[in-house]
Write a protein that binds this ligand. Sequence first.
Ligand SMILES: O=C(O)CCC(=O)C(=O)O
Length: 204
Amino acid sequence: MDHTLFSSAEMAALDTSALPADHPFTPFIHHYGVVLPSAKADELFGWLLEHTPWARRSLQLHGKLVEMPRDMAWYGTSKDQGVYATDANEWPERLLLLKNLVEELTGFKYNGCLCNLYRDGSDSVAWHSDREAFGGAVASLSLGASRTFRVRLKSDHAINHNFLLPSGSLLLMKPGCQELSEHCVPKTKRLVGPRINLTFRQVA
Ligand SMILES: O=C(O)CCC(=O)C(=O)O
């Protein structure tokens, strides 16, 4: 299943490999590249699309209730866990197996997973850091359409990096990353299919 319509020039402009050793993000971010075979990634994508309790959330912005431009679902261990806790879902077997795999690959343990569904290029996530994961690791597994994941230093936006996250790829934000940097997935005018992103988190 090919969800991506990147031209080869666009592909070349995005770094899908490891960061250079001297890059400011190298101590904080590790891009593993594709860790799932494409048939497995496609199967998981289809299953999650159908079986996840996707919901559109709203947030208060400057006194107005604004709908977030993507669907989400939260899997956690307790109702007290961070901002998404109120409707924590029970982990399905497949997600637990994925969590185990991601824990094995990254060397960190996770107790929550925020699932994001971007239906097309008009869905996005704005610049932010994952405040509830301060002090912990966040591992991000992408399925479906490739989208650009942008990271920048909070103290100097000129220090930034764009990653292309294809289906089956894994990116790790290590402890300390959220405190120092912010990230986003911008909207795109390119014709892109749906993408699911699973962010496994260590939440206090
Ligand atoms: O979809 C992504 O790759 C990023 C998701 C994200 O930033 C978040 O869940 O906080």
